[in-house]
Design a protein around this ligand. Structure first.
Ligand code: UN1
Length: 496
């Protein structure tokens, strides 16, 4: 069997890990298909990458921001040309269906063009000084060398959410792609290199979280870490990075609710729930994992939803007729199976799916049936913990207020959806739902790049991607220019 070998990108050169160790990237729909062999990097590789980034930062920060932005424009245009190939590569390494991997590449294209505009904005603030003949302003400065740790579920979009704003702001980057999906990061960075990004401004070190990620967290010259992944790992990232006082942006899990009121357009709510729960095989941090049904429509919705979930075509995402691809690896399958068992043991009813698919073609990969559990109550673990698979819980409620209380009763707060025709309730929900994102009459998935993305409670630590990313990738500098030609003491010389 022959497959390509990929290397780390360090200071503009492609080099293997110093240890020579590698990790195989397998197609989750067919494990006999090896996508490639990638370096398994350790602290010494990370040290070289950080060194290269430091060197490149010295000149990149002086390139005018509108010029830095032009690299992003060219990269966006290259991604447009390469969209189909990169989408196919992504389906092979990650599993989600082609329509969705095309969307993932598109999200990176959108991000490139959105953020490129910031090259001519990067607005600061001017404000009057309290003293005469003194000018006051605040400007955004790059942070320095930033470390980016990205997940496998959006292997190009999420790296782009971090790389592009970091670059336009003048930072140099070291990125560690997810162990399961490094190729899409390589493709994204290749587009940047081909667009004329100078050597060393972006460096790739691939490998495991425990070795490569940890080395990035510990490196004293890395000034900021932007991480997307589970809340469990995010908590460790935050604690570890605190030792060297790094800025940390954590974007983590969700247990996202779709609430359906009696007056909702039921067909719309059904379509939204199916897409939200089973799109990307449920492996989105924004995935719909709780469907809260008002008593009046619960029975009808449940019957129809279960019937449609059972009909979804599961298979290899490269087949255009497939609706639900594999889960990314065997560990994710185990988690899905474990949560079905926990739910049933706690008294929930399994209405559809519930098992790994292992017969025939399915035996080649890691597939799990679209799964619906009903009769779920707010205290059950299946109602509170993230599964990150095609497993959705149905819950019932009497009043609108009760639905909001159930939706808010968990530790997570990423995305929520409300289906109703009642504008008063829609606005009350927008005000009261504890989440970073609220949709009205649209599913919990499908955020656009130019709005703030992130959540509250255990979902995040207060930062936002999209609108808000520059707040993380820049640091404010206050500037005072005194043109009075004398010593003017603030708070003293102008006091009454
Ligand atoms: C994620 O699941 O980590 O809003 C990101 C969405 C996508 C991004 C999801 N645009 O569903």
């Amino acid at each position: 069997m022959s497959y390509p070998t990929y290397h780390n990108l360090i200071g503009g050169e492609w080099r293997p890990a110093l240890s020579g160790k590698t990790i195989l990237n397998l197609n989750p729909a067919d494990h006999s298909d090896v996508v490639g062999e990638f370096p398994s990097s350790h602290a010494e590789d990370v040290a070289l990458a950080v060194e290269a980034a430091k060197k490149a930062f010295a000149t990149w920060r002086l390139v005018p921001a509108p010029k830095r932005a032009e690299v992003l424009v060219r990269a966006g245009l290259l991604l447009q040309q390469r969209k189909e190939q990169y989408a196919r590569d992504m389906t092979r390494e990650m599993g989600k269906v082609l329509a969705e991997t095309r969307g993932d590449v598109q999200e990176a294209i959108d991000e490139a063009f959105y953020v490129a505009g910031e090259g001519r904005r990067l607005f600061g603030v001017t404000t009057p000084s309290e003293l005469q003949n003194k000018f006051a302003m605040s400007v955004r400065m790059p942070v320095g060398v930033v470390g980016l740790i990205t997940p496998w579920n959006f292997p190009m979009a999420i790296p782009s959410w971090k790389l592009f704003p970091a670059l336009v702001a003048g930072n140099a980057c070291v990125i560690k792609p997810a162990t399961d999906t490094p190729l899409s990061t390589y493709n994204l960075v290749q587009a940047l290199v081909d667009a004329g990004l100078p050597p060393g401004v972006v460096n790739i070190v691939s490998g495991s979280g425990g070795a490569t990620g940890m080395a990035l967290l510990d490196h004293p010259d890395v000034r900021a870490i932007s991480f997307t992944g589970s809340s469990e790992v995010g908590s460790l990232v935050g604690q570890r990075a605190a030792a060297t006082f790094k800025q940390v942006s954590l974007e983590m899990g969700g247990k996202n609710a779709q609430i359906v009121l009696n007056d909702a357009n039921l067909e719309l709510a059904l379509e939204g729930a199916l897409w939200g729960a089973f799109g990307t095989t449920g492996q989105r941090c924004t995935a719909t994992s709780r469907i809260l049904l008002q008593k009046g429509i619960a029975e009808k919705f449940t019957a129809e939803f279960v019937a449609r979930a059972k009909k979804l075509k599961v298979g290899n995402g490269l087949d255009e007729t497939v609706e639900v691809g594999p889960q990314v690896n065997a560990g994710q399958i185990e988690t899905s199976a474990k949560y079905v068992e926990i739910a049933v043991n706690e008294g929930a009813k399994l209405l559809a799916g519930g098992h790994a698919l292992t017969e025939g073609e399915y035996a080649r990969g890691t597939f799990f049936e679209p799964t619906v559990v009903a009769g779920v109550t707010p205290t059950m673990r299946i109602a509170r913990e993230e599964v990150f698979g095609p497993v959705v819980s149905l819950m019932e409620f009497e009043t609108f207020e009760e639905a909001i209380a159930i939706a808010n009763s968990i530790d997570y707060g990423l995305s929520t959806a409300l289906y109703t025709k009642d504008v008063n309730r829609a606005f009350a929900a927008i005000r009261d739902l504890e989440a970073g994102i609220t949709y009205i009459n649209a599913p919990t998935i499908g955020a656009e790049v130019h709005l703030p993305f992130g959540g509250v409670k255990h979902t995040g630590n207060g930062h936002r991607e999209g609108l808000g990313a520059l707040d993380f990738f820049t640091t404010w500098k206050a500037v005072y220019v005194d043109y009075s030609d004398k010593l003017q003491r603030a708070q003293i010389d102008n006091a009454d």
